[in-house]
Design a protein around this ligand. Structure first.
Ligand SMILES: NC(=O)C1=CN([C@@H]2O[C@H](COP(=O)(O)OP(=O)(O)OC[C@H]3O[C@@H](n4cnc5c(N)ncnc54)[C@H](OP(=O)(O)O)[C@@H]3O)[C@@H](O)[C@H]2O)[C@@H](O)CC1
Ligand SMILES: [K+]
Length: 503
């Protein structure tokens, strides 16, 4: 699903009108037709509240459409002065068709009380300042008299800034928001979810693939995830699904390595090997399917020759969770990234998380070794160390900062957070799954395991991160329906079932 702000809507609009030569009034008609599809056919008693811009124009067009289906339709016109052209045209048609139009604010209470469905087209992407005066009063009335009614918003609940999600003084509290072409960036803001209600994205007659040069930001949907799926060949063997080498965990943090390994195995990697302390037996117990590469941490270099062979045999290497920032950890990290290609001549893909990112921040010459073959999966504090921007600066402008960082170092990036974003420096994907009940230790390790597993199964790193992030959150969202807290272990136990459902 395309993701965009107000400017994106204007660009799409202008492309459709100027390049595709679709008259703007046709776009408005298409929008209205798409909108009306979502209205229950049993509903009969509508009040449409219209502003003077194209959002109001959509309102008049929807009113006509419903009226032509013999529905009982009344319109409240907020202003018929300085209407946009298409708004004026549809307002005139409504008048000519004999739809009842009301203008006086004194009549609005009664109209709201009498109707069953309110459709509001006051402001959409054109809202440009704080709402005051008459407009404020009207929105207040809609929110106050909304008992036993369904409130539909056209494009954006009036009062929400489509770019930032900020409430511009006041906003309609909607039950259903039917938005056109793009999922609005402002909708990502978590504290406005109860203003949006259910969100539906509708088409206005444009082919999504043909406007991809205008939009390069996406909001993940199950359909997109499914479209990435690579079918498993029936006569394949474990070697076809990736040899994954994991350097995670250390004394006191063996759990991190175990979680990465287990989630890697459970999400389908062919062969998983964990580099771990020769005295760590917990791996065998926790995840018997995984192999271990025992390292003598008293003298790590004694293992390097054998390790080289392991590296050259691998397709993917995941590095970071629980390894610490010791000199020994750094030496192993350096060794693991020292070969770009494996014996097969393919790039060895790298998934770097947690302490690998901290080590990278402090040893920036290593960036050269990881370019064009890695994904970094920081949370905001780790990303702050990597970029030098404060977490506040990152949160304010995370799309741009993430994209620039990804371009500069030629890496893929997954920036964890409430709306996890994934970018290759060109496109940005925003995850639509996940919840606060999964915020606990081990979750990141679990995600690393899923991503390296998918990278082993021939998904490219960008796809691996997109699918991984979506699945990780989706499992948690589904589990939340029956339990309060979700741990990494719960995700691991359920991931394969959900892969089955989604693929
Ligand atoms: N391609 C697409 O996706 C398509 C988009 N379409 C639709 O067009 C909508 C965008 O239309 P739009 O650009 O005309 O802006 P809109 O939201 O109606 O508001 C502008 C009006 O509000 C006014 N105004 C602003 N702030 C104000 C305030 N605080 N307090 C008071 N007034 C304020 C402003 O007045 P101004 O400040 O400019 O004098 C102007 O009159 C979009 O959301 C979608 O529904 C569809 O038709 C199909 C194709
Ligand atoms: K609206």
């Amino acid at each position: 699903m395309l993701l965009g702000g107000n400017e994106t809507t204007r660009k799409i609009d202008s492309f459709a009108i100027n390049e595709l030569k679709i008259p703007s009034i046709v776009l408005m008609e298409n929008a209205a037709i798409s909108f009306v599809k979502h209205i229950d056919d049993n509903e009969d008693n509508f009040l449409i509240i219209c502003g003077k811009g194209n959002n109001g124009g959509d309102g008049y067009t929807i009113a006509r459409q419903l009226f032509s289906k013999n529905k009982n339709v009344k319109i409240f016109c907020i202003s018929n002065e300085n209407m946009s052209h298409d708004c004026f045209v549809n307002y005139e048609i409504c008048k000519n068709m004999g739809i009842e139009i009301f203008y006086k604010i004194e009549e609005l209470d009664r109209l709201l009380l009498e109707c069953d469905v309110v459709i509001e087209g006051i402001f959409g992407t054109g809202l440009n300042s704080e709402i005051k005066g008459k407009y404020h009063e009207i929105i207040e009335k809609i929110n106050f008299l909304n008992k036993n009614k369904i409130i539909y918003s056209i494009d954006i609940p009036s009062g929400i800034n489509g770019d930032t999600g900020e409430i511009m003084g006041i906003s309609v509290k909607s039950d259903i928001t039917i938005s056109f072409v793009t999922y609005k960036k402002g909708f990502l803001k978590s504290d406005i979810k109860n203003y949006l209600g259910k969100v539906v994205i509708e088409n206005i007659g444009l082919n999504e693939n043909k406007i991809s040069h205008i939009v390069n930001e996406y909001y993940l949907t199950p359909e997109m995830i499914k479209s990435f799926h690579i079918k498993r060949n029936e006569n394949s063997h474990k070697g076809d699904f990736g040899k994954v080498l994991i350097f995670a965990g250390s004394s006191g943090f063996y759990g991190a390595g175990n979680i990465v390994a287990k989630s890697c195995m459970r999400s389908g990697a062919g062969l998983t090997t964990v580099i771990t302390d020769k005295n760590n037996f917990s791996l065998n117990v926790f995840v018997p399917e995984a192999m271990s590469f025992p390292v003598n941490f008293e003298n790590i270099e004694e293992n390097f020759e054998k390790l080289e062979n392991k590296i050259l045999n691998s397709d993917v290497i995941a590095i970071g969770p629980g390894i610490g920032k010791s000199h020994k950890a750094l030496k192993i990290f350096e060794k693991l990234i020292s070969f770009e290609k494996n014996y097969k001549g393919n790039n060895i893909k790298l998934v770097l998380d947690a302490d690998a990112l901290n080590l990278l921040s402090e040893n920036r010459e290593l960036f050269e070794k990881i370019k064009n073959r890695s994904i970094l999966t920081p949370h905001v504090v780790e990303f702050s160390r990597l970029t030098g921007f404060s977490p506040e600066e990152i949160n304010k402008d995370k799309f741009e900062i993430a994209k620039e960082f990804s371009q500069k170092y030629r890496i893929n990036l997954l920036l964890k957070g409430e709306n996890t974003i994934i970018t290759n420096g060109e496109k940005i994907f925003v995850n639509s799954t996940g919840n606060s009940h999964m915020a606990n230790g081990g979750m990141g390790d679990c995600l690393t395991g899923i991503i390296c597993s998918l990278a082993g199964q021939k998904y490219d790193l960008l796809e691996s991160a997109i699918i991984g992030a979506y699945l990780h959150g989706k499992v948690a969202d589904e589990l939340l329906k029956k339990q309060y807290i979700i741990n990494a272990t719960h995700i691991i136990e359920n991931i394969s079932g959900f892969m089955n459902k989604i693929f």
